[in-house]
Structures are given as C-alpha cells and as structure tokens.
Ligand binder design. Structure first.
Ligand code: NAP
Ligand code: ZN
Ligand code: ZN
Length: 347
C-alpha cells in the first residue's frame, strides 16, 4: 500500500483537516502520480457538507487534478514515469454500455465511478480525490496534459473546463449565436472564455456589479446585472442559449424568459433543492430547459488539446492546503477570481 497524505472532512459539519490513508499499489493498468495542483470546485463544498445527500465520510474532495507520473503498471502503454498527467471527475466506468462506447462515460449506464465520494468497483472502497499528495488511477481515465501552459491554471479545466466546453460543443454554439452565461465563478468564467472563443456573442448575467470589468476581460461582449429588473426585462427573448452555472437556489423563470424562439437554457449548476418552472415559460417560444454533466474522457482530452492550442486556461488564485476552509467561505460569498487551486507542495 502507498501511504498518502490528504485533507478530509470527517462529517458534514466539520472543517477539513489533515488525514492519512493508503492508496493501492498500481495494478497492471494503473498510473500512479504525484499531485502538483488541484482546483477547488463548488461541488466539493456541496459534497463536504452533504448538500446532495450522498456523502461518504471521511471525504477527500478534489477532481481537478494535475501532476507528474511516478510509476506505471506493467501493462500501461499511454504513460511513462515523468509524464504530466491529469484526472477529472471520473476514475472508472463499465466501458461496455452504449454510453461508455460512445465516450460518454459520465453517463455510464452501470454507474461511472467518481474521483471522490464514490465507491470503487468493489462496492466498498471509498474513492479519495485530489486534496492529497498522490493518486492511482486506471490509465483509461488519465488525461495527457500539455507542457505549454502553466499547470496551476490547467487544473480547473478538468472539471470547470470540460463541464462548460461539453454542452457548448453538444449544442454547436458558435458564430451567430447569442449566449448568456449566468454566474461568474469557476464554471462561469470558463463558459465565457469558451463561448467567445467559439465565436458567439456572450453576455454575462451576474449578481455582482464589481465583476463587470473582469467579465469583459474574459471575453464577454455585454454585462447585465440580474438584480436589476429593468436590465432583465430588456433581455426578454434575446438569447439562443443560456448556460446557468449558479450553485445556489435561484429563479429559473427569469432566465427562461430571456430565451428567443427555440432557445435552450442549459443548467450545469447543481443547487441542492428543486427549482419551480412555469410551463408557460417553455411553451411560449418553444423553449427548452436542459442539463449537462461534466464530459467523457475523449472529449476531456479534446478540450485540453483545444486549450493548449488556443492558450486557454483558468484564472486562478493559488492557495496553501491549510487555507481550504477559508477558501470555501470565500467561494460561498462569490469572492474568488475565478478558481482556487491548491498547491499540493504545501500539504
Ligand atoms: P462558484 O465558483 O462558487 O460560482 C458560482 C457563481 O454563481 C457565483 O460566483 C455567483 O456568480 C453565482 N451565484 C452564487 N449564488 C448565487 C445566487 N444565490 N443567485 C444567483 N447567482 C449566484 O461555483 P462553481 O464551482 O462554478 O460551480 C457552480 C455550480 O456548478 C455548483 O452547483 C457545482 O456543483 C456545479 N457543477 C456542476 C457540474 C456538472 O457536471 N454539471 C460540474 C461542476 C460543477 P455572480 O457573482 O456572477 O452572480
Ligand atoms: Zn467540479
Ligand atoms: Zn458504461
């Protein structure tokens, strides 16, 4: 077994503290790597605090992981010691169902295995994520990371990046489309970067007036303050697509009304409680309300390669491991520009 250092929460009401555990020795198809950086996703907070009702303790969060390979199993062909490597939200799936065969492992019909807060295929070993100094993952779920971009700014691409890239590609968002992005946080800032990179006209829909300058710097063409009813009303019927990244309960109807005919509101934010939707907001203008979860392994690699080619990274604030509990409090206040990333050298 491999002695591993981490930060974990022992219950929904406790802070994260130092935690030691063992990872498995690499099996023939496993890649072991030293974690250099790990992004902090709002899903980490939801799960540490059991807001989705499925948390397994102790919980070691973290699914925006980049590092350097230290050891490979005897049958590994795609990685060697010293390579850069990344792991996102998934560490396993059945590989046999129709979704897995299409590269949609996130929708595996037999249950994909999450990087943390899940059980390995044995049904009893809890998976522990990237707030730790090393990880062992089957090579099929390890991504290649370019050495062209700063690693700390690449880490958030493994979740915030792919979660926004995937729906924009699925709905073929690009030139001629008007896109609204709701919420300027980790996911929101990547949605703005990708949508503008794909050629769409992008409007930031935010509750924080002080974020306007940054929204425009990140690629937004317009900014609307969603707390101002007049600005909301002006956008009635305006968008082809809205990407909603909000983590807290909020009113979907206000945004549905901003969609043009055949417009699609894509929910990627995952508030813990159900939303109420008035049917008339969908019936009028034949609108759709949709959702999307992260992305499969082939598309995650495609996204990483696209980012390396186009110089796209996350805007990050690098933190020490011990700062994590304070970072959570700041995220809950919307005070992050625009992703915290843990430097695991400080663990
Ligand atoms: P984040 O960095 O905390 O950003 C969320 C943003 O939402 C905030 O910065 C804020 O932006 C806005 N917001 C927060 N509370 C709000 C409220 N009450 N009303 C309106 N806007 C509010 O979070 P994140 O890491 O981007 O994650 C966002 C959500 O996506 C989380 O629920 C997370 O679990 C989920 N998620 C889903 C997937 C998936 O596969 N679908 C993957 C990753 C994460 P403004 O200040 O601009 O208003
Ligand atoms: Zn995430
Ligand atoms: Zn499957």
């Amino acid at each position: 077994m491999i002695a591993t250092k981490a930060y974990a929460a022992q219950s929904a009401t406790e802070q994260l503290t130092l935690f030691n555990f063992d990872r498995r020795e690499p099996n023939p198809h496993d890649v072991q790597f030293e974690i250099l950086y790990c992004g902090v996703c709002h899903s980490d907070i939801h799960q540490v605090r059991n807001e989705w009702g499925n948390s397994k303790y102790p919980i070691v969060p973290g699914h925006e992981i980049v590092g350097r390979v230290t050891k490979v199993g005897s049958s590994v062909t795609r990685f060697k010691e010293g390579d850069l490597a990344g792991v996102g939200c998934l560490v396993n799936s059945c590989r046999e169902c129709s979704n897995c065969k299409k590269g949609l492992e996130q929708y595996c019909r037999n249950g994909a295995v999450g990087t943390y807060n899940d059980y390995e295929k044995d049904g009893k070993t809890i998976t522990y994520g990237g707030y730790s100094n090393q990880i062992v993952v089957h090579e099929d779920f390890v991504l290649h990371i370019s050495d062209k971009l700063p690693l700390e700014s690449v880490a958030p691409l493994l979740c915030a990046g792919i979660t926004t890239y995937s729906p924009l590609r699925h709905w073929q968002v690009g030139v001629g489309h008007k896109v609204g992005v709701v919420g300027l946080g980790g996911l929101g800032h990547m949605a703005v970067k990708f949508a503008s990179s794909f050629g769409a006209e992008v409007t930031m829909l935010s509750t924080s007036p002080e974020k306007e300058v940054d929204a425009r710097r990140l690629g937004a063409h317009n900014f609307a303050l969603t707390k101002d009813p007049a600005q909301i009303k002006e956008l009635t019927g305006y968008f082809d697509f809205i990407v909603d990244t909000v983590s807290a309960p909020h009113d979907y109807n206000a945004y549905l009304q901003m969609l043009d005919t055949d417009g699609v509101m894509i929910c990627v934010g995952a508030p813990p409680t159900p939303a109420e939707v008035l049917g008339f907001n969908l019936i009028g203008n034949r609108r759709s309300l949709a959702g999307s979860a992260i992305g499969g392994i082939p598309e995650t690699q495609e996204m990483l390669d696209y980012c390396a080619e186009h110089g796209i990274t996350s805007d990050v604030e690098v933190i020490d491991m011990a700062y994590i509990n304070e970072a959570y409090e700041r995220m809950l206040k919307g005070d992050v520009k625009y992703r915290f990333v843990i430097d695991l050298a400080t663990l």
